[in-house]
Design a protein around this ligand. Sequence first.
Ligand SMILES: [Zn+2]
Length: 159
Amino acid sequence: MVIGLILFVVKVVLVVLEAKLYTKQQRYNMMWMEMATAATKMSHCVRRQVGCVIVKDGKVISTGWNGTPKGFDNCCEHTDTGETLPYTIHAEANALDKLARFGGIGCENAEAYITTQPCLACAIRLANSGVKSVYYRESYRDQIGSQFLENAGIPVFKI
Ligand SMILES: [Zn+2]
């Protein structure tokens, strides 16, 4: 009983401290990145699991994770070589494809939260779809996608 009360008080203090340490926007950023991280759990890819959440006007409008196209075996790697299959879809592309497939309000001025820094192909699609800023957690093997986005006037943040 006493331990439960102490744990509750500690939790309240931590919640209050977190609210004081971070701005509201930072806490939203953390929440959406956690949602993108949760989306990685849906990926069947072995080499890397990536999640993406697209947010517009404070609402999630799409989620995606890396995988294979609809109707294909849900295996991203060649069974013999372990190399990624050429038709594997990245998380960002999957999130954009869902919007294309199921409609919605579009990505103009939306924000993308991705667990891995976007590659060039995804960066181009994000920019062309109207995404206004990109947040990622882990660096990709190259910076070309981020450089493209920055050149397109789309800020990229590592959070
Ligand atoms: Zn990509």
